[in-house]
Design a protein around this ligand. Sequence first.
Ligand SMILES: [Zn+2]
Length: 255
Amino acid sequence: MWKKISLVVLVAFIALTAVSQVEARKNGTVVLTFDDVRKNVYTNAVPILDELGFKATFFPATSWMNELEYMTEEQIKKLFDEGNEIGCHTRNHISPLELDYDGLVDEIEGARADLEAIGVTMSKSFAAPFGEYNPAVIAQLMVDGVINCNRHAFQGDGLAFNKPKTFNPVEVIVVSVRSYTSLNWLRRLVSKAGDRGWILVLVFHGDDKVPADEYDMRHRNFTRLMYHINWWANEKSGPRIDVLTLAQAIEKYKR
Ligand SMILES: [Zn+2]
């Protein structure tokens, strides 16, 4: 009799442990980032983000603020005040590979000063202009202590994700979205991040009804992608996705 009961208890214990291990797995994560902060992102993408309650990470090249195709200072300030992250994309959009140490620090500190002047605190996230950087640049950034994050763009299913155990804030893997990027492929990446508990960081540039160049995503596709993410974030049962800023994602996976 007791043997039977203890067996039942043991089986129940093992089953409960298995369930709690599944439950203990963290949600997947999607991070939405926007390089250069084109004006059409403010006009077209931000209203969808607001509607769905998503916060994003914006990377302005600060000398471009107020120029015709880019956001104004007021718009960037408003995004910041509403809880979005404003990161560093340098002041003049110069490849870090073309700068020596002092030049790089000037570009970063210049961007920080430009943002401070409009009441925006620049985060520690760094998006290298043209995606160009190397280990020396990362070392410079880290020694200076101004920035803790860089990114490396890969394409292809297997290489598109950051994994929780190996998530490296100094070299975040990103997927750069272009006008020709397949919506179905992007939706599949989102679902995979949700299914496996992985981290997907998307880089957008522009969002327009009809793409003016390869950096604009077609607005209809952007909207569909955001609704797919919203289904994973808020509507489905079972494993979910957290939509986070880059700084929030780094905090979530900090070891
Ligand atoms: Zn850029």
